[in-house]
Design a protein around this ligand. Structure first.
Ligand code: SF4
Ligand code: SF4
Length: 433
């Protein structure tokens, strides 16, 4: 899906493959799985409709127009349709590629391009800069300005998305990346060595989650190497249609991690894991296919890795809580990892696991979707919260920072008592220090 011959009204750079849109046989199996179709009932906002739009552009019957832009960004890229489709059509991924076409084909104000380049090309790939950029937000919380802003309700006067973004901000702490040692040694009998892909959202917003991930891996018998030079996985760039920067980042991370002698490259962020597993496709034009494949084989979500290795339960402390689990789309649909998190939760002594209805239905976060489409995101979230409520569980577990932010905010707004924990935080409660 990168440089190729121009296809219909797509440009040659970063266009969908024709085969990807041809495969749709219009059976409709995907329709009940698509949150945006459920919300709107509009064919064009369904996987089948989106693929039909892309096919019409590919066949020169439709210009790449505003409708294409709208559907490319209104798609949550949740990939539920991919799981449901008998023909292997990947409507979410086709829409993701179409976002790159938006920036090539449709005009936008100059300031938007400048801001986009500053954030995606300069800031996000630079972990030090990202860490520095969070300092004002930490001061905003520490100096009590946040308390004043929230109590004055001044943000209610502005756009809804600003109020929501501020409300979603978790309590901020110092970023984890500079604090983690290069090598965190295994405890007890050593079972192997892994590299840790930390991810920028985790180090900045949820440092305690990733601290628990390292603690759990060490307790499970693994040395953990954390290369400090690692960059963002490139998922934000895919989301915003900047596939060029994703390729640059992917090439850097691939070389950095493959130079390490490790059994696996582990991540605790579902979005990062999905992006890292796509490097093989994103860098498909490189000649070193063996290295690309080796990298793909080594990438493991933490739940996938621990289940493959077999979790050591001796020494785990009981966690006497009822727990339910929300499946991140980029874990269950993009990576096919569903059983493993449940198996881990149920391996913890004392846990009363309660299955949630529609556990794999999106929570409405979907990167920036929750801020761009606040009403639609709220409706999707309400459906999720109702399913959480029905379980009666005391704790909600998930495995992706975007879901974590959205769910924690939603539960607070709905005055529901459940804390949201990452799966390694739950395991961390059971793991002795
Ligand atoms: S995308 Fe797949 S499931 Fe949906 S209509 Fe096309 S072939 Fe059927
Ligand atoms: S990725 Fe999700 S939102 Fe997009 S078409 Fe598929 S099911 Fe619908």
């Amino acid at each position: 899906m990168s440089d190729q011959q121009p296809l219909g009204n797509f440009t040659s750079k970063d266009a969908p493959d024709y085969e990807d849109v041809l495969q749709c046989m219009r059976c409709g199996f995907c329709l009940p799985t698509c949150p945006t179709f459920a919300l709107t009932g509009r064919e064009r906002s369904s996987p089948r409709g989106r693929v039909a739009l892309a096919r019409a552009v590919a066949e020169g019957k439709l210009d790449f127009n505003q409708a294409m832009k709208d559907e490319a960004f209104f798609c949550l890229d949740c990939r539920a349709c991919t799981t449901a489709c008998p023909s292997g059509v990947k409507a979410g991924e086709v829409m993701e590629v179409c976002r790159a076409q938006v920036h090539q084909q449709l005009k936008a104000p100059k300031w938007q391009g400048t801001l986009r380049n500053l954030v995606l090309k300069k800031m996000v790939p630079n972990p030090g800069l990202m860490e520095t950029s969070m300092l004002p937000a930490r001061l905003y919380q520490k100096l009590g300005i946040q308390w004043l802003v929230r109590n004055s309700k001044i943000l209610k006067l502005g756009p809804v998305w600003i109020d929501k973004a501020e409300g979603m901000l978790p309590e901020l702490h110092a970023p984890l990346r500079p604090q983690l040692p290069d090598l965190s040694p295994a405890k007890g009998e050593k079972r192997g060595t892994v590299a840790f892909f930390l991810g920028c959202v985790m180090t900045l917003l949820y440092p305690e989650v990733s601290r628990q991930t390292v603690k759990v891996l060490n307790h499970q018998g693994f040395d953990v190497i954390t290369p400090k030079e690692q960059k963002c996985c490139g998922a934000p760039h895919l989301t915003e249609g900047d596939r060029e920067t994703t390729r640059e980042i992917a090439a850097f991370n691939l070389d950095l991690f493959l130079d390490l002698e490790v059994d696996a490259i582990v991540t605790d962020c579902a979005g990062c894991g999905a992006a890292l597993k796509e490097y093989e496709e994103i860098l498909a034009e490189r000649e070193d296919h063996d290295r690309l494949h080796l990298f793909r084989q080594k990438i493991k979500d933490i739940s996938e890795f621990l289940c493959e290795q077999g979790i050591r339960t001796e020494g785990l402390k009981p966690v006497d809580k009822s727990v339910t689990y929300h499946e991140p789309c980029h874990l269950c649909h993009a990576q096919g990892i569903s059983k493993q998190p449940r198996a881990l939760i149920q391996a913890i002594p004392g846990v009363d696991f309660r299955e949630m209805k529609e556990a794999s239905w999106c929570c409405g976060s979907a990167a920036t979707f929750s801020l761009k489409f606040t009403d639609e995101s709220q409706k999707i979230l309400d459906r999720k919260l109702e399913n959480v409520r029905k379980t009666g569980a005391e704790v909600l577990v998930t495995g992706n920072p975007g879901c974590h932010l959205q769910l924690a905010w939603g539960l607070q707004q709905a005055q529901m008592p459940q804390p949201v924990l990452h799966i390694t935080e739950l395991l961390g409660l059971a793991t002795p220090d």
